[in-house]
Each structure stands twice: as structure tokens, then as C-alpha cells.
Design a protein around this ligand. Structure first.
Ligand code: NAD
Length: 509
């Protein structure tokens, strides 16, 4: 087992001891071993980090050129690539995810940093040369200031890199609060950022809980914006708290995506995509394809094959390169996922594979058998609530209308998938789905250029793409008068002066 990592916060370019001196322990969710001890931050640490970020903002990061920001971001991406194996091992152990998927996440994070670097060159505004002969209008984008980032435990580095490089490319400075369960890679990359040339104080990390650190960041007067990824429940709370200082809030929240499979789909591709969609990261994913909507005519054959493949998935410890599925994040979460399955059974649904906690060799971790539940109807909790586990709920349909209505019958709107070889049908349905992303004949496949975010209660704002950069900017309009300005009150300054000199002083009252 690797050495236990004992870490401090990362403030003003270096590790910084927490004010309380307390630490939280992180044990492996898969084998129980002690992995790390993170500083248990509080409002005092947040104050220090915000001061460092504000100082760095004023000291010049906000005024650097796009080229300078891009140079640092590209060097940052290269260092992440160079350290990918170590970062992936930390991520895999802390989250309990198979290391090959963690490795992919690290590579994708570096790719996002390179994309944001390119955008840094390109950040521009507008000019209006059509305001009449005597006026010019400039619309400029400015960095919005000190940004607080709050991230979840399921994809600690990827969710961070959907924010951090864009904020830096825009010229903002950052205070990050990572999840208290999975803070390891955030602290590692903060040190790499400094090595890449990022000035001290531009990127700070304060570890600790949401209540102690997250809330202090959200309510801090000198934080201009919060960009949050996490549950819809906490997102709503953050929006309410942030209103106190009227800071801007970007929210990436929960989801309840549907994979709609039609009888005319490529059968093999759909089986693989549906499986990947609900199994990746043990289903602990905001865009997990948690609901399978299956055209009734192919349901028996499709489900039989899906059951077989699900049963063949390799379950094991996070650092085993050959593993497909590993452990859930903690015991209470495992209990909650099992509770959703049990509730569906009580409501009349049927568990056709899995549905239980794994014991024996997995007894020291929070492992759950990949699970398929059939006969799920829209009134069941399993259909409506985000479960965030390796559980697929299956509902059948008979028509396009019914499929679209079922997919949209949710409070969430992050993503959906459509599987059909009929491109007209696919695109018509894609238009009608109320979600920020639609996958057609694939699942969980995207690119940095494509904005990501939610309709409805899945959030507000967008990450990635050009929109991901613009989120971290303020817009300023500058009106320039060309030539002499005509007085509004009918006086020129000179005429007004003459008038004053010649007029009699009015008697005092
Ligand atoms: P969570 O909402 O419990 O916590 C997210 C972060 O917020 C953590 O760092 C936590 O410490 C912090 N936090 C908790 N209470 C807070 C408070 N009162 N004030 C400030 N910060 C607080 O979510 P989680 O359990 O870490 O992650 C799972 C959730 O994240 C799921 O709902 C999932 O759908 C969502 N998620 C969304 C996306 C997306 O891009 N839309 C991506 C990944 C995860």
C-alpha cells in the first residue's frame, strides 16, 4: 500500500498549515486502508486564501496577455500528462474507481487545459462603429475576479478541469474547495501549476467540509463568483446563500439521463453504450444513463444480452488494471443506493441481475453488484430520483411520442442518449429532448469544444466550449465620444462662466 499522504492547504504558492491544526482521514472505500489526512479547513483558512487570490488578481494576473496565460496553461497540461500515472493512482484509490478510467480522466483534464490555453489567445469583445459619427462603442470582456470553485468526489480532477483552466484563461484567480473525501489530486495539481509558472496566489486550495469551508467561500464578500459542481440539493442551498452578496453562481448539478433504444438501433453498439452508460464509475456520474427506455419489440432479446454482459463485468480493487467496476464512495451512499432498489421492488419492479452488496473478498469495501431493474414506471422513485449507483432502471415504450415523453418526464435535464439507425428520427428526437447534451448512437463521448451543462434542475450556466470561458468574464460597455460634446442644458462651459460673472448674487434667505 502506498504511503499515507498528510497534506496542508495550498495557499499563495505553497503548502500552508490549517488554522485549526485538525485533519480529516480518508480511508480507501475499497479496502479500508488509510490513504490520506487532509487539513480540516475553516473560515480563517478561506480568508487567507481569498486574500492571496485577491492580491494575485490585483498584482497582475488579471492583466496578463492571452499569450502569457496560454503559455502557463500549456506547461500545466504537460506536467499533468507527465504525472498522469501518479495522479490516476491517487484518484483511483480515493474515489474507489478502476485505475484505467482514472487514467483516462487525467488525460482528459490535461486536454481541457490545452483547449482553454487556445481560448486564452482568442478572448475578445465587440466594437460598435455604427453609433453615429460622434460615438464609438466598445464591449470588452474582463476577468470576473476571485472565483470560488467547489467540486464533488465522483470525478475530482475532471470536474475541476471543466472550471479551473477556463477561469485562469479568463484572467481570474481561484480558491478551490475540493470534496473532503477526494482532495488528493487537487493539492497535487496546485503544486504542478506553480511549477508550470502560475504566479503564487493565482490558484489556492482549501480542504475541508462543505459546511466549514464551502459555506465560508460562498458567503465571502470578496469572492466574486462561485462555480459549483455537486448535488441539486446543495446547489440550491448555494444559490440561496450566494444571494446575500449577490455574487454570480454557476451550477453543474444532478441528472437522470435516459438512453432511448429503438428496434432499428445497431444492437451491438447499443448494448455496449447502455452498459458503459450506467456502469462507468459505478454509476456515480451526473450523466449516467440511469434509465433505459427500450422499444418493447426488442426488449426480451436486448435485456437478455445486457444481463449476460453485466454479469461478466470484472469487479475488483481500484489499482487492478483489468477491473471494470470497483467500490462505491462510502457506506452511507451504498445503503442509499440499495434503498432505491428495495423501494422499486416494493413498488412492483423486478431485479433481474445484481441488487445486493458484495461480500466475501469484497467485504472490507463498499461494493455493489451491477444491477438491472425491469418494470419501472414513471411514478416510482427509481425512475425519478438520482440514485448515483450501478443501477439501471428499465421501462419499455411503443412509440416515438411515448419515448420522448418518458425521457422528459424528470426534474433533471443534463443528458440523454438516442439509439437508432434512422438519422431523421434521431435528430427529430434530439431536438425534443430537454437536456443540455444529447448523444446519438454513442454515450459519454464528447469533446472540449462542446459546452456542457443542464436544463431544468440540472443547473445553470455551461462549462467547456467558448461558453465555458465566457462564464468567468464580466462584460463592460465603454462609450467613447468623438469630437466636441453638445451641452445637455443648452450651455457651453464658457457661456456659463460669463453668465455667472455678470449675474448679481442672490440675496441670502
Ligand atoms: P455534494 O453536493 O454533496 O457536494 C459537492 C461539493 O459541495 C463538495 O465539495 C461538498 O463538500 C460541498 N458542499 C456540501 N455542502 C455545502 C455547503 N452547504 N456549502 C458549500 N459547499 C458545500 O455532491 P457530491 O456528493 O460530492 O457529488 C455528487 C453529486 O454531484 C451528484 O448529485 C452528481 O450528479 C453531481 N455532479 C454533477 C456534475 C455535473 O457536471 N453536472 C458532475 C459531477 C457530479
Amino acid at each position: 500500500m502506498p504511503d499515507v499522504r498528510r497534506s496542508d492547504h495550498f495557499i499563495n504558492g505553497a503548502p500552508r498549515k490549517g488554522a485549526s491544526g485538525e485533519r480529516h482521514s480518508r480511508h480507501s472505500p475499497a479496502h479500508g486502508g488509510l490513504l490520506a489526512e487532509f487539513a480540516a479547513g475553516d473560515a480563517r483558512d478561506v480568508n487567507e486564501a481569498v486574500l492571496a487570490a485577491r492580491t494575485a488578481f490585483n498584482a497582475g494576473w488579471s492583466a496578463t496577455s492571452g499569450e502569457q496565460r496560454a503559455t502557463v496553461l500549456n506547461a500545466f497540461a504537460a506536467l499533468i500528462d507527465a504525472n498522469a500515472d501518479r495522479l490516476a493512482a491517487i484518484e483511483a484509490e480515493e474515489v474507489g474507481k478502476p485505475v484505467r478510467f482514472a487514467r483516462f480522466e487525467i488525460g482528459a483534464s490535461a486536454q481541457l487545459a490545452r483547449y482553454a490555453a487556445a481560448l486564452a489567445w482568442q478572448l475578445s469583445g465587440q466594437s460598435f462603429n455604427n453609433l453615429g459619427e460622434d460615438k464609438l462603442g466598445l464591449v470588452t470582456r474582463e476577468p470576473c475576479g476571485v472565483v470560488g470553485l467547489i467540486t464533488p468526489w465522483n470525478f475530482p480532477l475532471l470536474t475541476l478541469f471543466q472550471k479551473l483552466p477556463y477561469a485562469l484563461a479568463a484572467g481570474c484567480t481561484v480558491v478551490l474547495k475540493p470534496s473532503e473525501l477526494t482532495s488528493g489530486t487537487a493539492l497535487e495539481v496546485a503544486a504542478l501549476a506553480v511549477e508550470a509558472g502560475l504566479p503564487a496566489g493565482v490558484f489556492n486550495v482549501v480542504t475541508g467540509t462543505g459546511e466549514a469551508v464551502g459555506n465560508a467561500l460562498v458567503t465571502h464578500k470578496d469572492v466574486d463568483m462561485i462555480s459549483f459542481t455537486g448535488s441539486t440539493r446543495v446547489g440550491k442551498q448555494i444559490a440561496r446563500e450566494a444571494a446575500g452578496t449577490m455574487k454570480r453562481v454557476a451550477l453543474e448539478l444532478g441528472g437522470k439521463a435516459a438512453n432511448i433504444v429503438f428496434a432499428d438501433a445497431d444492437f451491438e453498439a447499443a448494448i455496449d453504450g447502455v452498459l458503459f452508460g450506467f456502469i462507468l464509475n459505478q454509476g456515480q456520474e451526473c450523466v449516467a444513463g440511469a434509465r433505459l427506455l427500450l422499444e418493447a419489440s426488442i426488449a426480451p432479446r436486448f435485456l437478455e444480452e445486457l444481463k449476460q454482459r453485466t454479469g461478466r463485468l470484472k469487479i475488483g480493487l481500484p489499482l487492478d488494471q483489468s477491473v471494470d467496476v470497483s467500490s462505491l464512495i462510502h457506506e452511507a451512499h451504498l445503503e442509499s443506493v440499495l434503498g432505491h432498489v428495495a423501494s422499486a421492488q416494493r413498488e412492483g419492479a423486478e431485479v433481474v441481475v445484481g441488487g445486493k452488496r458484495l461480500g466475501d473478498e469484497f467485504a472490507s469495501g463498499f461494493f455493489m453488484a451491477p444491477t438491472i431493474v425491469t418494470g419501472v414506471s414513471p411514478d416510482m422513485r427509481l425512475f425519478r430520483e438520482e440514485v448515483f449507483g450501478p443501477v439501471l432502471s428499465v421501462t419499455t415504450f411503443d412509440s416515438v411520442e411515448e419515448a420522448v415523453a418518458l425521457a422528459n418526464d424528470t426534474d433533471y435535464g443534463l443528458a440523454n442518449g438516442v439509439w437508432t439507425m434512422d438519422i431523421n428520427k434521431a435528430l427529430t428526437i434530439a431536438r425534443r429532448l430537454r437536456s443540455g447534451t444529447v448523444f446519438v448512437n454513442t454515450y459519454l463521448e464528447t469533446a472540449p469544444q462542446l459546452p456542457f451543462g443542464g436544463y431544468k434542475q440540472s443547473g445553470q450556466g455551461r462549462e467547456n466550449g467558448l461558453e465555458g470561458l465566457l462564464e468567468f468574464t464580466e462584460i463592460k460597455s465603454t462609450v467613447v465620444k468623438l469630437g466636441p460634446r453638445e451641452a445637455i442644458f443648452g450651455h457651453t462651459a464658457a457661456a456659463h462662466q460669463v453668465e455667472l460673472e455678470t449675474s448679481q448674487p442672490s440675496p441670502l434667505p
